[in-house]
Design a protein around this ligand. Structure first.
Ligand code: DGY
Length: 422
C-alpha cells in the first residue's frame, strides 16, 4: 500500500527527473551529482525499476577512458550554480567536474539486482548488470591507482567536495596550507538560494576554488594531482564506502561468474590498511592527513560507517557503540554529522552538525547487519521521523529536527522511500 508520505516522495523524484537523471534539487543543484544519483536509484527502485537502473547508467555514460566518474555532470546549461563548466574546464562533452565522489554505486547496483531477482526479473536485467559491472570495476580500479597511490588500503581525497562532506571540520587543518592568494573574485550562487548560516564559509569556498584551479592547471591528470595536490586527506567516509562497495562488487562478480581476484585484492589491502585511520587518542575512526600523518580526531557521522564496511573488530566496535550511546544522550535525532560535544558543533551548518538521511541509511544498514539492530533501528526510525515531521529537506538539525539547506531534496525522498518500504 502506498501511503501519502510515499506519494509525496515519489512526486519529488518525478519533479526532479530531467529525463534519465535526477537533479538533487532544482534550484541549488541543477545538474547530475554522482552519489546523489546512486541513492536516488534506491528510491526509484521502490516504484519504477527501469528508471532506477537508468539513473545509474546515465551517470556511467560520462565515465572517462581511465575509469574516472566525475562528481557533477553538466548535462545542460544553468546559470544558477557556481562553479559551472567553464570553471572546471575538463574539456569533456558533456562537460563534467574533475573530481569524483563517494563510490556508493556498486552497493546500490547490488541492491537493484537483488530486488530485480526477488521480483523474478533477473533475466531482464542481467545484460544491464553485465554492462554496469565492467564500468564499476573500472571505476574502482581508478580509485586504487589514483586515490591510493601509496597502496595503504584507504581513499585519499583530493578535494573536500570529493568526500561529499564539504565543510566537515576534518578538512580545516589539512586545508590551511592551500594557497588562496590567486583565487580572485567570484560570486557564489549557493548563498543566493539558501541562508549563509547553513553553508560553508568564504574561507572554505576560497580553498575549494583554489583546489579546482590546481586540478585544472594539471589538465585534470589524476596521477599528477595525486602526486602534488596541496590537499591529500585519507577520508574515513570514502575509505569505508569503497571497502563496502568492493565487497558488493565481489558478490556481483561471483553471481556473474566473473573473475573476482582483483577485487578480492583491493578488499584484502583495505582490511589490512584501514586501521591506519583508527585514532587511539580519541578512540574513533577518523580521517587522516596523508601529508602530515595527523589524525583529525573528530567523531563524525562518517566514523560510524565501519559497520557498513563490514569491519568486525570487537574492541573498536565497542568503542564506536559507546560513542553512539553518548551522542544519543545529547541529541533528539541520530546521527549528527559532528559530535554534539565538539565545540565546533553547529546544528544547521551543513556537515558540522546536521543529520543527513543518506549517511543514516548507510550507518543504520551497517549497524543492523552487524547485529546492533537496537541502534540500527533507532537510526532508521529517527530518519523517517525527521522526514515525515519536517519534510524532504537536504539535512536536519539533530537537536530540534528543523530543516537545513534545500527542500524537496531527491536523496532524502529516496531514502524515505527505501526505508518506508522495507
Ligand atoms: C556544492 O556546490 O555545494 C556541492 O556540494 C559541490 O559538490
Amino acid at each position: 500500500m502506498t501511503d501519502q508520505f510515499q506519494q509525496a516522495a515519489r512526486a519529488i523524484l518525478r519533479a526532479n527527473d530531467r529525463g534519465g537523471y535526477t537533479v538533487p534539487n532544482g534550484r541549488v543543484y541543477p545538474f547530475q551529482w554522482n552519489w546523489d544519483s546512486a541513492f536516488v536509484a534506491l528510491g526509484f527502485d521502490t516504484f519504477d525499476r527501469d528508471r532506477a537502473w537508468t539513473e545509474v547508467e546515465t551517470l556511467f555514460r560520462v565515465q572517462w577512458s581511465d575509469g574516472f566518474v566525475p562528481h557533477i555532470v553538466f548535462w545542460q546549461d544553468e546559470e544558477g550554480y557556481f562553479p559551472g563548466p567553464s570553471v572546471w574546464s575538463t574539456g569533456t562533452e558533456p562537460p563534467t567536474s574533475g573530481i569524483t565522489q563517494p563510490p556508493v554505486a556498486a552497493t546500490v547496483v547490488r541492491r537493484l539486482w537483488d530486488s530485480a531477482a526477488a521480483a523474478g526479473a533477473a533475466e531482464d536485467f542481467r545484460p544491464r548488470l553485465e554492462a554496469l559491472f565492467d564500468k564499476l570495476i573500472a571505476w574502482h580500479r581508478w580509485f586504487a591507482v589514483n586515490r591510493d597511490h601509496e597502496e595503504r588500503g584507504v581513499v585519499v581525497a583530493m578535494h573536500p567536495w570529493e568526500t561529499g562532506r564539504d565543510n566537515s571540520p576534518e578538512w580545516d587543518v589539512p586545508g590551511e596550507p592551500i594557497d588562496i592568494s590567486g583565487v580572485g573574485d567570484y560570486v557564489r550562487r549557493d548563498t543566493g538560494h539558501l541562508d549563509a548560516k547553513m553553508r560553508p564559509t568564504k574561507l572554505e569556498y576560497d580553498r575549494y576554488l583554489a583546489l579546482v584551479q590546481y586540478g585544472r592547471a594539471q589538465g585534470w591528470d589524476h596521477r599528477k594531482i595525486a602526486a602534488g595536490n596541496p590537499f591529500r586527506v585519507a577520508d574515513i567516509g570514502m575509505s569505508m564506502i569503497l571497502l563496502r562497495a568492493n565487497r558488493d562488487l565481489l558478490a556481483l562478480a561471483g553471481m556473474l561468474g566473473r573473475d573476482g581476484s582483483e577485487i578480492a585484492g583491493w578488499i584484502a589491502r583495505a582490511e589490512a590498511g584501514i586501521s591506519w585511520l583508527w585514532d587511539e587518542a580519541t578512540s574513533t575512526w577518523c580521517s587522516r592527513d596523508v601529508l602530515t600523518g595527523r589524525f583529525s580526531g573528530f567523531v563524525t557521522s562518517a566514523s560510524f560507517l565501519s559497520f557498513y564496511a563490514g569491519i568486525a573488530d570487537p574492541a573498536k566496535d565497542a568503542a564506536m557503540l559507546n560513542h553512539i550511546e553518548r551522542i544519543a544522550g545529547k541529541v533528539r535525532y541520530l546521527m549528527p554529522s559532528l559530535d554534539p560535544e565538539d565545540p565546533g558543533f553547529q546544528m544547521i551548518r551543513y556537515w558540522r552538525g546536521p543529520v543527513w538521511a543518506v549517511v543514516n541509511w548507510m550507518i543504520g544498514t551497517g549497524l543492523s547487519e552487524a547485529g546492533h539492530d537496537n541502534w540500527g533501528g533507532k537510526v532508521r526510525a529517527d530518519t523517517l521521523d525527521l522526514i515525515r515531521t519536517t519534510g524532504f529537506y537536504e539535512a536536519f538539525s539533530p537537536i530540534d529536527g528543523s530543516g537545513s539547506g534545500g527542500d524537496d531534496f531527491s536523496w532524502t525522498a529516496a531514502i524515505g522511500l527505501a526505508w518506508s518500504k522495507d
